[in-house]
Ligand binder design. Structure first.
Ligand code: AMP
Ligand code: MG
Length: 495
């Protein structure tokens, strides 16, 4: 496997005119040390994982050393934050080095998050703290393990450099990877500045770089918008299926590739509560779990608005009509992905009209009985059709067992109607219902240990969360219900 300096870097984003970004020099953190690295991410770019241990690699990833082809830039973007347009954001603490192409996995941009000030830092310090960087590192790889589109995390470096948040913390640099980090807000900034030529250049770049198959179509810009709409719909449906709340669904955190992007105060559901708000700074619950589907559409309409000049330059009404039409793709795509996904989670094979009620009945029961989202589905795999006693593990998750029994009667009838075999169904269900998710309290435990330079828990979580559908008997404490203190953990935008 090649060493880091043997990889071929280039920065195609930096070939765009300088209105799209600022050239920057990273500000290296002193005395970096490796907190964690992802073998799976190394594989994507064909990098020897042993390289992550090398000081020369650390020097590159804190921005102290550039390899040929690396051109550090910070991208300009804007965005709607909590519903309000903010005319200039941009990479305030992320620095794009360049991209590596791999024959099997395509191209991957490498970005340093926390590598120092950029012209877009506003009041920030350009740094990321170890705490939130561990959360992003782990969740990026956990989402990939779950099979949900996401930016990736190659490695995480820490330093003793002090960083000031609500209290004094230490800094870290997360090396993120994605085919592209372009956001909805990357388009919005040029729309609101009336810079239509740049808007077009950006769309052309995104199509050439990440959607080449659209270039030949009659209307590539409309096709791009439609594809982003469909991908976003599927992404949000997958979040809902696995019980993931992003926490800060501003349009600057929405990927043009339909990836989960910018992990901050995210959270996985413990007990099922559709109104779950993971971000303690989100006082109105704008980004509550159950609102994610409608927020996804709201964000897409911001993107569509920004793309109007590309849809029809002369005729504004025609452009608006095209955008409206495109946005109508969202709901059916989301509903279809979610319904199919729910059917799979319940181990159902054929689709029936009554499935909707069956699913709603279970969710309602879980909500009332405060049942754990992840474990309910996982344990449901063990339910036997002929033997009501066999449902103990799942039944025990419900405070009112009779309520669960009532639902389980309908479920058994439904299974019998399609002549479902228990063993087969259990196997199918385990392949789609994770046993392990990155619950807040688990990340918190790893963060606390990492504060004492013990990274074993980060490593353990990475290993287990990368294969969350498999059983890990040695690490099965990670599948436990959260302890009482988990409720007290507070995560905010501060990172
Ligand atoms: P976020 O909500 O973390 O995605 O960040 C929103 C905006 O604030 C982005 O433009 C970030 O680059 C910027 N930002 C957040 N934290 C910092 C920081 N510590 N230093 C500089 N910019 C920051
Ligand atoms: Mg962001």
């Amino acid at each position: 496997m090649p060493a880091l300096h043997e990889l071929q870097f280039r920065n195609s984003f930096a070939r765009l005119p300088e209105t799209f970004f600022a050239r920057v020099r990273p500000t290296p953190m002193p005395a970096p040390y490796l907190v964690a690295g992802s073998r799976a991410a190394c594989e994507l770019i064909g990098l020897d994982p042993a390289e992550l241990q090398q000081e020369a690699t650390h020097a590159c990833f804190i921005g102290d050393r550039l390899l040929p082809g690396m051109e550090p830039v910070a991208a300009l973007y804007a965005g709607h934050q909590f519903g309000h347009y903010v005319p200039q954001l941009g990479d305030g603490r992320a620095i794009l080095l360049g991209e590596v192409a791999h024959p099997d996995s395509g191209h991957w941009e490498l970005q340093l998050k926390g590598a120092g000030l950029t012209p877009f830092s506003r009041d920030g310090d350009g740094r990321a703290v170890l705490r939130s960087s561990i959360r992003e590192f782990l969740c990026s790889e956990a989402m990939a393990g779950l099979g949900i589109p996401t930016t990736r995390a190659l490695c995480l470096l820490g330093s003793d450099e002090e960083v000031y948040r609500e209290r004094i913390e230490t800094g870290a640099v997360l090396v993120r990877m994605a085919p592209s980090f372009i956001r909805f807000g990357s388009f919005e900034v040029f729309f609101y500045r009336d810079r239509h030529a740049e808007l077009r250049q950006l769309a052309d770049y995104v199509i050439a770089h990440d959607y080449p198959e659209l270039a030949e179509l009659e209307h590539p810009y409309l096709a791009l918008l439609e594809e982003v709409i469909r991908r976003t719909a599927r992404l949000v449906a997958q979040w809902q299926l696995v019980g993931f709340a992003h926490g800060v669904l501003n349009t600057d955190n929405m990927s043009m590739l339909g990836l989960t992007l910018d992990y901050g105060p995210y959270g996985f559901l413990d007990r099922y509560d559709p109104g779950f708000v993971c971000n303690h700074s989100d006082h109105h619950g704008r980004y509550a779990f159950e609102r994610q589907p409608s927020i996804g559409l709201w964000n897409l309409s911001c993107l569509a608005q920004a793309m109007l000049p590309l849809l029809d330059q002369e005729n504004g009404e025609a452009a608006a009509e095209m955008a409206q039409q495109a946005l109508r793709l969202y709901e059916p795509e989301l509903v279809q992905t979610w319904s199919q996904g729910m059917r799979a989670k319940l181990g159902l094979q054929a689709a029936r009209d009554s499935d909707k009620d069956l699913v709603a009945g279970l969710l309602d029961c879980m909500h009332r009985q405060q049942a754990d989202y992840t474990l309910t589905f996982r344990h449901l795999a063990q339910l036997r059709q002929d033997e009501p006693g066999g449902d103990a593990p799942v039944r025990d998750l419900f405070t009112d067992r009779a309520a669960f029994d009532a639902w389980a009667r309908d479920y058994r009838m439904r299974l019998a109607a399609e002549q479902s075999s228990d063993a087969d169904r259990a196997r199918r269900m385990r392949a789609v219902n994770p046993r392990y998710v990155l619950r807040n309290y688990l990340a918190q435990q790893a963060i606390e240990r990492a504060g004492n330079r013990d990274f074993s828990e980060v490593e353990r979580l990475l290993r287990v969360m990368s294969a969350p559908y498999e059983e890990h008997p040695q690490d099965d404490d990670l599948a436990a219900l959260p302890p009482d203190w988990a409720e007290q953990i507070s995560v905010s935008c501060s990172s």
